[in-house]
Structure formats: C-alpha cells, structure tokens
Design a protein around this ligand. Structure first.
Ligand SMILES: [Zn+2]
Length: 481
C-alpha cells in the first residue's frame, strides 16, 4: 500500500496548503487502505493522486532537463569516449537522488568504429562535376579498404534479387525498398524495410556483390542517412553496407533509369569507407532501486538503453527512455510513496550493436534472490503516450485494461498484445514484459540519424510518458497482476 508522506510540488499555491493536507489525509486514510480489497473498482481519489503525479512530471520537467544534459555529450556508441563520460555523469547523478541503491554491471562487447571517411560518389565527365550522395555506413560494416569502383544494380526486394542473381557478381547492389506510407502505425512499416538493412549484405554477397546500398529506413523525405546494425553470416564474405539518404536514393534510382547531368558513360561509381571492428570494449548497465516495503524480493524493472548510434544525440532513441526510467524512481521518491515491491531502473548497455547489456543482465540476475515480477521498457521514442504492449495472457491484458481510467490525464488509451522490447526480452520468468508505446508518426523521421537530437523532443510529450510509466509501475507494484 502507498504511504504518502511529504509530497511537495512547487506549483501548489500557499493558500491551498490546508486543502492539500486534507487531501493527503483522505488519501492515506481512506483510499489506499480500501483499494486493495476493491481491486478493479476505480477509486476517484486514486485517480486524483495519479493526476498529481502527472502534473508534477509536467511542471518539474525533471526528465526533460536530464535529457538536455545527457544529449549534450553527443552520440553514445559502445566503445566511444562519449559513452564512458555519460556513464560517469549518470552514475553520479543517480547516486545523488536518494535511491536505496545505485550500482553497475560491466560487460564486454565488440568495438565497431565508424572512422572518418564515408563516401559514395558518381564521377563526372569533367573535374568538379562529380555527384556526391549522402551516405552513412551501417553499424558493424566492414570498410572498403581504399576506393571501391563498381557498377550499381537496383533491386527492389529479395524476390527480385533471387530472379536476377546471375547479374549480381562484381556489383554494388542497391536495395531501393520504400518505407510504406500507407499505414497508420509506422512500426509496421519499419519491420519490412529494416529487413534489407539487416540482411541485405549477406543476401547480396551470396551472389558475388561487392557492396550494398540501402534506401534509409525512414518515414520522412529529407536526405539524412539513417544507420543501424547489419548482420553478416560466417560462411559468406563480408561486404560493406551503406545507407543512402532518402532523396539520394530516389535520385540514384532516377539516374540509373535515365542517366543525368554531366556524367561519364558507363557510370563510374566510387565508394570509400574506413569503418572497422577493432577488438572489444567495456560497457556498463546502470541500475538504481527503491526497495519494496512489503515484497522487497519482487522486482519491477523500468528500463531503456543507454547506448545510441553515433549520428545525432540519441535523444529519442533511447535517451528519452533512460530519463523516463530514472524519473519513475524520482517521482515515486518525490511524492513520498513507499512502494510494496522493489522498483528497479535499468539503463541497459549496447542495445544497438550487440545487446551485451540485456544478455548480461539476464544472466547475472537469473539466480538472484530477488525475482522479476514484471518489466516495462521504453524504447520507441519520447512522443505522446498512446498505450502499452505486452506479452501477457489475455486475462492479464484485460486486467490492465481495467486500469485505463487511472491514465486519463496521460493520454494512454489501450493495452494490447505485443512485444515488451529488446532489452527486457532477455528476462525470464516475469508475469509480464511490457513495452511503452508512444505515438509513432515521427519516430522514424529521427531514428538512428543526425535528426535524433534534443531539440526534436517535446517536453510535455516526454513527461507524459514518464507519468504513464510511473502510474503503471505503481499499479503493478501495489495491486499486482
Ligand atoms: Zn532503441
């Protein structure tokens, strides 16, 4: 049960203080003592209490201010100096917030570095008439070891690749698969398109391709390339993989069709990348806990990943989720709530290119006396809240759905069947793995690109997310599934 003491909120006017304490008294005496017995009955006093959490998040902008500081370090790729600096910074920050414990877990992962050169150009007939394309190496890509010259063949999808497999040898394969704009939920467009980013290199290399270009997996129409991880298969040669900005991809397709400008015939394409994987690096999970007052050994995880791609500042992906996870604990602490179960914020390492933090966390905690009761992950951007997806059985989802009136002020409208997230997916034995699901319209405008910066985050949308996750965490902690 909640013990609400010492609630402070700077937007309360002094005149309202006596009403405020009366309100507190009502909360502690009536609502929280009766709620456990009337589990699914909506308690209007509790609704008010959760609205207070939401108002506090919106007014304090604790998470938003922390995100500003986090983003100032730049991208947080595993193995980078930026990430080490951020680990130090956040560890100090979290240690100063009065939580019951703050600690780290250290793991080793591969060390991929982008290097300094990434070029894809079409040589012009005269000097100065070269055409430069906007490109970014895909994460994990091998370099070109000097300048790679080859013809480009445009391929729309893997069916076409199979049909034209005899034309691939010695060429750069250009997968020009468009992000589907015809659906509401942009995550469902991401899935089919990202297949070419992840698997394009080994599928094309199997037929003798020398490199792969993909159209960026992006929902907007600028020319900023979007990176992301690729996958090699041990038995197939490793060839470079590169993302083209969406406009560069459209232009390249046009050019291959018609031939344009002052260019040579045949077309002379050149690619140069000096990215490489060099040895290993250490990465850290950062963890903070508020211990449960009654069931200390039952843990509810609120998590996100601390690393990001090196392009941009990893603001939405996943700085937003990190500050929301810390803010959940901060809000609980600030409101004077003593949760029944232990609430644990985990900032996972290395989600983008290895998942070392999530895998390591699951291994380290599997024999722990503290068991996972439930886990919530925020890794879909800091946009306006819409719902939560979960792997839990239908009766559990319908129980969570009965809590919806408590989320009225946050914008949360539904609980649905679906994945929790990459990091918590490694956790075994919990009652529910839950993914926070904000609005998806703008996520893939910024995802894995230079567009993913602090200025692309709206403070109200971010804070409503923090409040939503806090409310769900408390409902799970106090009333269970
Ligand atoms: Zn992410």
């Amino acid at each position: 049960m909640f013990k609400l003491t010492n609630i402070q909120s700077h937007y309360e006017k002094p005149l309202k203080i006596s009403i405020f304490f009366l309100f507190l008294l009502t909360l502690s005496l009536i609502s929280f003592s009766t709620f456990a017995q009337t589990n699914l009955k909506i308690d209007s006093t509790l609704v008010k209490s959760f609205d207070k959490i939401t108002r506090t998040a919106l007014a304090d902008t604790f998470g938003y201010n922390l995100l500003r500081e986090l983003c100032a370090f730049g991208g947080r790729l595993s193995g980078s100096k930026n990430l080490i600096n951020v680990e130090d910074f956040l560890l100090k920050k979290m240690s100063g917030l009065g939580f019951d414990t703050v600690y780290t877990q250290t793991f080793t992962t591969t060390n991929w570095q982008r290097g300094n050169v990434e070029k894809f150009i079409l040589r012009g007939k005269n000097s100065g008439s070269d055409i430069k394309f906007e490109v970014a190496a895909l994460g994990g890509s091998v370099g070109t070891e000097g300048i790679l010259r080859a013809d480009v063949i445009e391929i729309s999808d893997f069916d076409e690749l199979e049909k034209r497999k005899n034309e691939i040898k010695g060429k750069i394969v250009f997968f020009n698969f468009e992000f589907d704009q015809k659906v509401y939920d942009s995550f469902s467009s991401y899935g089919p398109a990202v297949n070419f980013r992840v698997n394009g290199v080994h599928r094309a290399a199997k037929y003798g391709a020398v490199a792969v270009l993909i159209r960026s997996v992006a929902s907007n129409f600028d020319d900023v390339p979007h990176t992301g991880t690729l996958r090699y298969v041990d038995t197939i040669p490793k060839i470079p993989g590169v993302a083209l900005g969406v406009r560069s991809a459209a232009f390249l397709a046009e050019l291959l069709k018609n031939g344009q400008g002052e260019i040579t015939q045949p077309l002379l394409f050149e690619m140069e990348l000096d990215c490489k994987t060099e040895g290993t690096c250490e990465v850290k999970n950062l963890i903070a806990e508020i211990w449960g007052s009654e069931n200390k050994n039952e843990v509810i995880v609120v998590g996100a990943h601390l690393d990001s791609w090196d392009k941009g500042e990893g603001a939405h992906d996943d700085g937003a989720g990190c500050v929301q996870s810390i803010e959940v604990l901060h809000l609980i602490k600030k409101m004077g709530i003593k949760p029944k179960r232990t609430i644990r914020a985990v900032l996972f390492a290395n989600e983008e290119n290895g998942l070392a933090g999530a895998k390591g966390y699951a291994k380290v905690t599997q024999d722990d006396v503290k068991k996972h009761y439930a886990a919530i992950e925020s890794d879909r951007g800091g946009f306006v809240p819409r719902g939560f997806t979960t792997d839990a059985p239908p009766e559990v989802i319908s129980k969570m759905s009965s809590w919806l009136p408590y989320f009225k002020m946050t914008g949360i409208e539904w609980f649905k069947n679906g994945g929790g997230g990459a990091d918590i997916s490694q956790i075994k034995g919990s009652k529910a793995l839950i993914g926070f699901y904000p609005d998806s319209q703008r996520y893939f405008d910024v995802h894995h690109s230079e567009n993913d910066v602090f200025s692309s985050v709206n403070h109200r949308e971010l804070e409503l997310g923090s409040a939503s996750i806090t409310i769900l965490t408390l409902l799970l902690s106090e009333f269970g599934l």
